[in-house]
Design a protein around this ligand. Structure first.
Ligand code: SF4
Length: 351
């Protein structure tokens, strides 16, 4: 009942200015009201109509009767006293759940989800073990950002679309959410501070290139041959490693922007000296960055490599033509590390 009532309402987060103008036009309101509401929602990031000081009380009441600013409810925040990373659980309008992660360090980065569950099914990923339910709307994606910003003093400087879901299988809403985050008249986060990470949806990499988006592009590589990558990433059967590398080159040749390859290091799977050598061959002269991520175990068959093995792998990459960084994921103690997001049942969460 509660959800059915809410479904009938318009939600302002997720709308761009033109859409707000259209809704207000239907209400018989002048165009400039849209700009005012847009700024309250995205620039001042308020969540109550009463706080819209330049909106007359009568209009505030009409807005309240037929709309809500946000559609999701913040359900739970998980933190650890020894860490500045926090995990946020949201309940959506239809009862579904998603998670987002806040990480404070030299930069303040948030990791946002784009789908409930994920159909890509990477074998090392906790989200991949969840059934895919649906795409998030642009509003549901941006709301994660707004709640995380409201709940923390430090200004969010970076956004990564690396939470639950494959962003490029929810392409339109992901790009719309990124555009809303980036808009100078609203949240105003620089385009190069927004990273979209894909498991390798080749046609969408090409579309992203053709549309000339300025957001950073990251590709989860995690393997160095068709067979090796296919072992952990079944998507490789649909979009081969060759076609993925061709798309990466296409992106570079057309945009002159560097891709980041994420390489989750899995013990005994892709972490040998030979794997590192093969990685150099695979990438060749493509200008890029490789981000090596020692695996965060989720209790399955895959293991994190030892520090010694990590070192062997990195040493082999010493003279690679690309830049190599190592990401030691924050938040692993609260299952908020890379690849660890999966909404558990209430019982499990409450343990
Ligand atoms: S790593 Fe990303 S694409 Fe792969 S299953 Fe997990 S959420 Fe989906």
């Amino acid at each position: 009942m509660f959800y059915a009532e809410k479904y009938d309402k318009v939600h302002w987060v997720g709308m761009n200015l033109a859409e707000m103008e259209s809704v207000l036009n239907q209400m018989g309101e002048p165009k400039y009201r849209a700009k005012q509401i847009y700024q309250w929602v995205y620039k001042h990031q308020i969540n109550k109509f009463e706080r819209m000081r330049n909106i007359p009380n009568s209009l505030q009441e009409r807005l309240k009767a037929r709309s809500e600013i946000r559609s999701t409810v913040l359900n739970k925040v998980t933190s650890n006293p020894n860490s500045t990373t926090k995990k946020y659980l949201f309940t959506l309008l239809d009862g579904g759940s998603v998670e987002a992660v806040y990480m404070k360090g030299r930069r303040t980065t948030v990791c946002l989800s784009t789908q409930i569950g994920c159909a890509v099914g990477c074998r090392f990923c906790a989200t991949g073990t969840m059934t895919y339910q649906r795409n998030l709307t642009a509003g549901e994606i941006v709301e994660q950002f707004l709640y995380l910003q409201n709940d923390n003093d430090s200004t969010i400087t970076n956004v990564v679309f690396m939470g639950m879901g494959e962003p490029f299988l929810n392409y339109t809403n992901t790009i719309k959410a990124a555009d809303l985050l980036n808009d100078k008249n609203g949240i105003n986060l620089g385009a190069r501070r927004i990273t979209i990470s894909t498991a390798g949806i080749v046609p969408k990499i090409r579309r992203f290139t053709d549309e000339n988006h300025r957001y950073k592009l990251a590709i989860s590589l995690n393997g160095t041959s068709q067979e090796n990558r296919g072992q952990t990433m079944p998507i490789t059967e649909t979009y081969s490693l060759d076609s993925l590398m061709e798309a990466a080159w296409y992106y570079w040749q057309n945009s002159k922007r560097m891709i980041t390859f994420e390489y989750v290091l899995l013990s005994g799977i892709n972490d040998s000296k030979a794997d590192a050598k093969q990685l150099k061959n695979l990438i060749g002269g493509l200008p890029c960055k490789v981000n090596v991520i020692p695996y965060n175990e989720i209790g399955g068959e895959y293991k994190r490599p030892t520090d010694e093995q990590l070192q062997i792998f990195l040493t082999e990459l010493d003279h690679a033509r690309f830049t190599v960084t190592v990401r030691q994921s924050q938040g692993t103690t609260i299952d908020a590390g890379c690849g660890q997001l999966a909404v558990k049942t209430t019982e499990e969460n409450d343990d």
